[in-house]
Design a protein around this ligand. Structure first.
Ligand SMILES: Nc1ncnc2c1ncn2[C@@H]1O[C@H](COP(=O)(O)OP(=O)(O)OP(=O)(O)O)[C@@H](O)[C@H]1O
Length: 226
């Protein structure tokens, strides 16, 4: 469980998160949606302990950052480190030995090659593999499906379902509604620094319809296409 109370974050005059209160429970998958710049990544970075912020973030396993795997939307890798070395480095940081790494290479990555030379999708798969093998309890996945091939997306969807069954807590952001409705128990809509809508599975179609209506409105007519 992760409990967030009065979370606020500003960059200079830009107040990105405004006193957010929310709880993320064990064995549940949460989707975070919101338009570009709404603050999803900022929220995730705060949860992962990468940003100073107002308010409190606590968890049933402390310190939270030692049990949390963060998948960044654009993972960065130091040059001259192979995929295998990266996975081992992250696992060692948690005092975890990785045996039979080749057998656990679910995305068939070229682990002997430099990670910095991987494609965008391969980098994401590598970063995800590493946080999975770390044996985390909490997973914060910023746009995990974006840039990943169809097979990879299918595997990631199954992995998320598996994490839920194992009782892990998973937060995901995505700009593709179906990826969230396939995996999440709840979806929170972030706007103006707050969660303005929080819906459970049964109401996902309602939320999707609302967001579609708000997105399209009369914009297409305004284009005056003929
Ligand atoms: N390091 C930073 N310094 C200053 N402003 C920042 C910084 N990081 C993010 N911001 C600002 O915070 C706001 C939220 O950004 P954030 O990246 O969290 O949004 P997001 O919801 O993840 O967007 P997207 O869907 O485009 O990825 C934006 O206005 C952004 O410009």
């Amino acid at each position: 469980m992760i409990a967030i109370k009065g979370l606020s974050k500003r960059y200079g005059a830009n107040e990105v998160l405004k006193s957010i209160d929310v709880q993320f429970d064990k064995g549940r998958v949460y989707g975070i949606v919101g338009e570009n710049g709404a603050g999803k990544t900022t929220l995730f970075r705060c949860v992962a302990g990468l940003e100073n912020h107002g308010g409190e973030i606590s968890s049933s396993l402390e310190p939270l950052k030692n049990h949390l795997g963060l998948l960044l939307a654009e993972p960065y890798f130091f040059p001259k480190i192979t995929g295998e070395e990266y996975v081992r480095l992250l696992c060692n940081a948690r005092g975890r030995k990785v045996d039979g790494i080749d057998g656990r290479n679910v995305f068939d990555l070229p682990l002997g090659k430099y990670a910095s030379a991987y494609s965008t999708g391969m980098k994401k798969k590598l970063a995800l593999t590493a946080i999975l093998l770390q044996g985390n309890e909490y997973f914060v996945l910023d746009e995990p499906f974006n840039g990943v091939d169809i097979q990879g997306n299918i595997v990631i969807t199954e992995i998320i379902r598996n994490l839920k069954e194992l009782g892990k807590t998973v937060l995901i952001s995505s700009h593709i509604f179906s990826t969230l409705s396939d995996t999440c128990d709840e979806i929170h809509l972030l706007s103006g620094g707050r969660f303005i809508r929080s819906v459970r599975q049964a109401d996902f179609p309602v939320l999707e319809a609302e967001m579609k209506q708000a997105a399209i409105g009369s914009r297409i007519e305004a284009l005056g296409l003929t």
